[in-house]
Write a protein that binds this ligand. Sequence first.
Ligand code: FPP
Length: 259
Amino acid sequence: MISSFRKLLRTAPKAEPDVKSGRLPTHIAVIMDGNGRWAQRRGLPRIAGHRAGAKVVRDVVETAATLGIGYLTLYAFSSENWRRPKDEVSGLMRLFEEILRAELDELHRSNVKITVIGVLDEVSAGTRAQFEKAITQTAANTGLNLTIALNYSGRADILKAVNQVVEEAAASGQTVQFTEESFSLRLATTGTPDPELIIRTSGEMRLSNFLIWESAYAEFWVTDILWPDFKANDLRSAISAFQSRDRRFGGLTEEPSAR
Ligand code: FPP
């Protein structure tokens, strides 16, 4: 009897993490880490890890859209990632282009709106053209807002905004005073609410120059799972954990209060 009960426990399907519909994070941002280690553990080239990671992107986008998440930002390539071996970088650029070409019509049909943050001008011509096409084609969509951080650096984005203002102030002879809101308008993420939940895979506990201004009050959820092994249920677990957090924004209530 006990042994058959144990057997039942072993074979019972895992319950889906409980996601409450009323308290979804408006914006989830993901640092997709661990592709290289995933490949290395299987004796495969690193690009095989990125390719496996791209399949997970598809599932995560689909799950986020189904759950009714408003905004999803994926850290695909940081401005520091150019320091990687040339063949990995060119392989990644080709992969972005290929995935986008293969998935664009389906994403469009699913009402997903694609945007990019980062310096697209420095990206290879074919990849850039494919992203520009995706942005244009999906511009009027009203479903999930999917932002790809490509050649992105949080510090560079802040510096760009500051330098623009310094130049404008010098040209007009006027001094400028920022508020948090007016400064946010200058960033690449303008129009997108700050991320409420940041997920990082592969166990690393850092932001790696990702949304450093925007993440001031984000909740973090870090898992040891490598990105290519990340499943829709892991996304649900992260959301469920978010829903149980006590968010007080430095105060005593759940609401970010005005000063
Ligand atoms: C980090 O893992 C991952 C990347 C730098 C690339 C992420 C790209 C994808 C998942 C491909 C598809 C993406 C889109 C948006 C179509 P790592 O290589 O740093 O892993 P490691 O720390 O184990 O070496």
